[in-house]
Design a protein around this ligand. Structure first.
Ligand code: TAP
Length: 481
């Protein structure tokens, strides 16, 4: 029997959208070189006009950050910096509903996820790093580690507020000032965060937000006034940035793409594993760098797992992201939808077998049904390239050694999952999987105290935990780890 859910839409009234937003430079909103529009990917409605920062605007933002760094932030005792971070964390919590609704409107992700994952984790990152601000001397990097200076940060559209928190919180805790560029399609929660900085009385220039497209990001990372670049985004752009930063003396961390293996052994509880597979690839429409996009299932339980998975996928509710019952929201942009479509077509053309959950796609907006491919060979593009959408490639293995070999057969190395009842097998696998994070009997779990980052083409540097502080401290020639 199938139940019909009554609509349970979250109210938009908690959000006050402005017609247009300026750049946040030196503590206030200012104009820029031109404007662009940001839309709701679920309805294609224009939400607001946003300012595009040209090179001269980036220049102003870097100058404001430099002044704030030299005069205020780098000389402020850690315990005082910590108070600002605690204040920001509390304001993020107080305005959580507003942030969650705005994130869902601008990004297309289900409100359940922005409300229960993105915003609480963003607040947790500020709380966690607030605690570090006056304890950096005990972090294992020498008695009084110094900040780096002005940090240029560029983030993607899949977790706009959360990626901002991952970048801004450790940078500020360590005494740096920042100029951050959000993604072109999701600038609104970063601009609301700018208001929160004002509300928290954060000294002007400590956080600057420059909105724009890739060219704004390019001006920022190439700016000679930046001491460190922190980038999260695609491997392709990460490589360009690495080239641009080479021999510039700038410190660099790159958090890039992934093609994670989710490995299910025959002794794993099937229902639990299926929930983990669904969470691994359909959470946030699969717009997740560490998504479990390659399912490796032990051959003896393949049919059982696939049958349960198809059944579960058939219950996923796709539609209005503001509806609290929605599991799968909108694809963030037409460009991303086209990219997913192109890779799915390549999977079909190369001989893999496609199955999509039966669901009705809304008439307006950008949508893709939860999809899985079987008969996938390791050479197929859908097994090698990051699709960044709700598309799972299923392959099988017979022995643990074969599982490791297949899981590691990728240029990426961000995350992996292992499902088995045997603790010894989990440890055996974890020590062989070339991935920054290995989840055991769970997937897509994040915590600010746990470092996150990649191997190989997934980038370098860690975010979160004590390891994440290292990326924002000048420990060259010092430090005791
Ligand atoms: P990208 O196209 O790489 O864009 C990321 C950011 O860089 C955006 O703000 C983008 O601006 C900007 N940008 C584009 N070209 C640039 C350039 N030449 N110089 C400097 N900045 C530039 O990635 P995306 O499509 O937004 O995000 C998806 C990717 O991010 C996926 O590969 C995903 O795996 C990765 N990701 C990784 C992680 C971690 S922690 N490893 C987390 C989340 C996402 P515009 O938006 O205006 O183009």
């Amino acid at each position: 029997m199938r139940f019909d859910y009554a609509p349970a839409p979250e109210s938009r009234s908690v959000v006050t959208l402005r017609d247009s937003y300026g750049l946040f430079i030196g503590g206030s909103f200012t104009g820029g070189s031109s404007v662009f529009k940001t839309i709701s990917p679920a309805t294609e409605e224009v939400l607001a006009e946003v300012t595009h920062a040209g090179p001269e605007d980036v220049d102003r933002a870097v100058a404001a950050a430099r002044q704030a760094y030299e005069r205020i932030w780098s000389v402020m005792p850690g315990r005082e910096r910590g108070k600002y971070l605690f204040r920001i964390a509390r304001l993020v919590q107080e305005r959580a509903r507003e942030l969650a609704v705005l994130e869902t409107m601008d990004n297309g992700k289900p409100i359940r996820e922005s409300r229960d994952v993105d915003v609480p984790l963003a607040a947790a990152h500020f709380f966690y790093h607030a605690g570090w601000a006056d304890k950096l001397g005990y972090a294992g990097f020498g008695p009084s580690p110094r900040p780096l200076g002005v940090v240029g940060q560029v983030i993607p559209w899949n977790f706009p507020l959360l990626m901002l928190a991952w970048k801004v919180a450790p940078a500020l805790a360590c005494g740096n000032t920042v100029v951050l560029k959000p993604a072109e399609t999701t600038p609104l929660t970063a601009l609301l965060f700018a208001e929160i900085c004002q509300q928290a009385d954060l000294p002007p220039g400590v956080v600057n937000i420059v909105t724009g497209d890739g060219s704004t990001g390019q001006s920022l990372v190439a700016h000679p006034g930046i001491d460190k670049v922190a980038f999260t985004g695609s491997t392709e752009v990460g490589k360009q940035i690495a080239r641009a930063c080479a021999v510039s003396g700038k410190r660099l961390t790159l958090e890039l793409g992934g093609k994670a293996a989710n490995v299910v052994f025959d002794d794993a509880p099937v229902d639990q594993a299926v929930e983990g597979i669904v969470n691994g690839i359909f959470f946030n429409q699969g717009h997740v760098c560490c998504a479990g996009s390659r399912l490796l299932v032990q051959e003896s339980v393949r049919d059982e797992v696939l049958a349960a998975l198809r059944r579960r996928m058939g219950t996923l509710r796709l539609g209005d992201p503001l509806d609290k019952n929605t599991d799968v929201g909108a694809i963030n942009s037409r460009a991303q939808l086209d990219k997913i479509g192109e890779l799915v077509a390549s999977g079909e053309a190369e001989g893999a077998s496609r199955w999509s959950a039966p669901c009705q796609l809304p008439d307006r907006g950008f949508w893709f049904p939860p999809t899985l491919f079987t008969e996938v060979s390791q050479a197929h593009r859908i097994a090698r390239e990051e699709i960044f959408g709700p598309v799972l490639s299923v392959m099988t293995f017979r022995t643990p050694a074969e599982a490791v070999q297949k899981a590691n057969n990728t240029p990426y190395g961000l995350s992996a999952g292992v499902w088995t009842e045997k603790g010894s097998l989990i440890l055996w696998m974890a020590s062989r999987l070339r991935a920054g994070v290995v989840w055991a009997n769970t997937f897509n779990r994040f915590d600010p105290s746990s470092p996150f980052g990649g191997y190989k083409e997934s980038g370098f540097g860690r975010e979160g935990g004590r390891h994440g502080l290292e990326a924002y401290l000048d420990i060259a020639g010092g430090g005791d780890v």
